[in-house]
Design a protein around this ligand. Structure first.
Ligand code: OAD
Length: 254
């Protein structure tokens, strides 16, 4: 099935499931004005990720990488969660066994009210020292404005964002929670992700192999489209609010 409108079967399954898991990607924040990674105007089209998003590049030019992340952090902080983020926060309220797993680092799910977000790729609003791992405040990041790398006031190490860079491991606790939630899900929604970056991209397939009803929400075909059980073709901010509303109604009338 491929349509922006969802099936009654999906509403029933969501309302009745003991475990529902959602994986979100950059497309979920696109309607907030944050560029995605692989679309034509995506971040990676304008910057070489190998140049900026790996630890060697950071050590070679910390001020440049800190500056790029400061720009992205400001973009995220200056924008607002969109209806897709709010709908997922609403689903969390209505469903007991609900797990939200995100590849996004923009903190918009949390700002929309999602209480328990599994952050697979970290969170751009946090920073820490690469040497002593002490958390760094926004004030300590201000040094970037002067063109010098921001350094830890305790040990003088460079300060880096709490995000996963190329070649780095994902936070193991988050990955384990995500894999458990995928394995146990009766319904799995893959929202606004191209589903090509592993290990996150493996989660929808793991869920389906363990019996989940797999739903894709995306504006276009992805690596997952052929295998999904239901495809909701449209913007996440248009597709998810009526779905969350229908689930809430079904739950209240059950
Ligand atoms: P991508 O940029 O690869 O994919 C974004 C997806 O969102 C595409 O499939 C678009 O079709 C879809 N999309 C765009 N606008 C949408 C909308 N309004 N509603 C629904 N879908 C929409 O982003 P990700 O899949 O999140 O990793 O990328 C995964 C990872 O690749 C990122 O987390 C990042 C990058 O390397 C790290 O930085 C570790």
């Amino acid at each position: 099935m491929s349509n922006a409108s969802f099936s009654d079967r999906l509403v029933d399954r969501l309302a009745q499931a003991a475990r529902v898991t959602v994986l979100t990607g950059a497309g979920t924040s696109a309607e907030s004005g944050i560029p995605t990674f692989r679309d034509p105007d995506g971040l990676w089209e304008q910057f070489d990720p190998q140049e900026l998003a790996n630890v060697n590049a950071f050590l070679e030019n910390p001020a440049l990488v800190q500056g790029w992340y400061a720009h992205r952090r400001k973009l995220a902080q200056d924008t607002e969660p969109n209806p897709a983020h709010h709908a997922l926060a609403q689903l969390e309220q209505h469903l007991d066994g609900f797990t939200l797993v995100t590849q996004n680092v923009d903190n918009l799910h949390q700002r929309a009210g999602s209480d328990d977000v599994v952050e697979l790729h970290g969170n751009i609003t946090r920073n820490h020292c690469i040497d002593c791992e002490r958390s760094a405040s926004d004030d300590e990041m201000e040094a970037i404005a002067e063109g010098e790398p921001a350094r830890c006031p305790t040990c003088d190490g460079y300060i880096r964002p709490d995000v996963v860079w190329f070649g780095e491991m994902l936070p193991q606790e988050a990955l384990q929670r995500a894999q458990e939630a995928a394995t146990q899900a009766e319904v799995f929604l893959s929202v606004g992700t191209s589903a090509v970056v592993h290990p996150a991209a493996g989660l929808p397939l793991t869920a389906q192999q363990h019996g989940a009803y797999l739903v894709e929400v995306n504006i276009e075909d992805t690596a997952l489209t052929d295998t999904a059980d239901e495809i909701l073709r449209g913007q996440a901010g248009a597709v998810l609010p009526p779905l969350a509303e229908a689930v809430a109604t079904r739950r209240s009338t059950a």
